[in-house]
Design a protein around this ligand. Sequence first.
Ligand code: 5HY
Length: 239
Amino acid sequence: MDILVVNPNTTMAMTATIRRAAERVAAPGTRIVAVNPAAGPESIEGFYDEALAVPGLLAEIAKGEAQGMAAHVIACFDDTGLDAARALARAPVVGIGEAAFHAASLVAGRFAVVTTLARSIPAIEFNLRKYGLASRCARVRAAEVPVLALEAREAEACGRIEAQIEAARRDDGAEAIVLGCAGMAELATELTARHGLPVIDGVTAAVALAEALVRLGLRTSKVGGYAAPLPKRGGAGSG
Ligand code: 5HY
């Protein structure tokens, strides 16, 4: 099966990090096609960037549908444009935030999220409520590391993330940690070993879930909210 993995920001180095993590977990026979739009924000930190990234994301999903992708993964932790992408696509669309929350809920009673900047927290809390998983999340914390600083894998950035993991375990009673940015995808294994609790990355969780949905023969429902966009007077979906 072919799985399209869309990094909704325009930073190709981050798309490469996402591709490596996705390919590491993909089953034999799964081809990962990792892309990012040519236009849009270099990183997504909060509501404004998120809104700017949606058109580019939807254009990549439309291309993926035309190419017959078996499933799509939205590789930004605020699940950028997820509902609109599901309306557009027939193949299943999995957001890395939603996937990581579910994975964490399957291995721990309570989890905490460690994301990049404080401005990213409200969108994540909103999604937790929307997905009905807010009661399983002890807290959403910010390491105050800009998204693009993660690419440089600066020791200082990793130190800030680890300090929040320890605080979540000590002060929030977290039994698992969800890494709140696609750029953290390659940190999960070493952080799990170093901190002695499940540290979950959304990119790999989403790829595994997308594969499972395809194997189950499940596709996005076209009844109700995810029904295909209707043609407008000016022609199909004229935005
Ligand atoms: C992400 N931003 O996963 C989010 C993380 C965040 O460009 N990729 C981004 O801070 O919301």
